[in-house]
Design a protein around this ligand. Sequence first.
Ligand code: FAD
Length: 197
Amino acid sequence: MIDNFRDGDWRNERGAYLVHMVDDNQVDLATQLAISKGYVGRDLEEQIRYLASHTVRLFSHNEALPDPDNRLTLSKTNKDILGIPHPDVYYKLPEYTVKSCDHTRKVFKELIGLMHGTDEQWTPGYFPQDHPSGSTIMGTDPKDSVVDGHCRTHDHENLFIASSSVFSTVGTGNITLTVAALALRVADTLKKELLHA
Ligand SMILES: Cc1cc2nc3c(=O)[nH]c(=O)nc-3n(C[C@H](O)[C@H](O)[C@H](O)COP(=O)(O)OP(=O)(O)OC[C@H]3O[C@@H](n4cnc5c(N)ncnc54)[C@H](O)[C@@H]3O)c2cc1C
């Protein structure tokens, strides 16, 4: 991992990010590449072995800020079998994150150069970070948040949400440990309240 870009003065203009360099299984990619280069038979097998063990995957986790236009609402038309509305999702990549991704691409280019990389392949556009957050945002004001600092919903005193959905921003790191910490805090709150009920 490269974590030089997780904080700095530039964060007032563009988002932070974390770079992952992953040597995971690249046999699929290596096979496609070797076939596209015309290798067959034993040469193909050798090329696949060579390419698979000389390939590195780079990806990044880029920070996103809360944006009131990015939101979930309850669908008026689509419902599940129990009549629970499906979510309607509105999401536009914030400029702050786009600038961060542009910077990441430049750094990736530099890294590829430093490693004397060849046969580079880029994922077009943007790839989801897989850290869904912000649909029941945490805050002090019921006008612009769903839960308070203890994950208790402003609207229902006996309803708690211990989930990544309460995060107000998406940072550069994995999020599940923080969700676990929030869940432990909810458990403490419930225990205290039940003991004094
Ligand atoms: C592909 C992928 C890879 C990831 N990798 C990582 C990682 O490496 N590290 C990391 O920290 N995080 C990772 N994450 C993020 C992490 O998985 C999520 O942040 C975490 O699971 C969020 O937990 P949650 O409890 O908020 O939501 P969820 O885990 O989504 O739990 C919500 C639960 O509610 C249930 N549910 C939904 N609707 C209803 C309903 N109407 N009634 C009853 N139950 C319902 C769902 O079935 C589900 O079990 C990854 C996410 C994805 C998608």
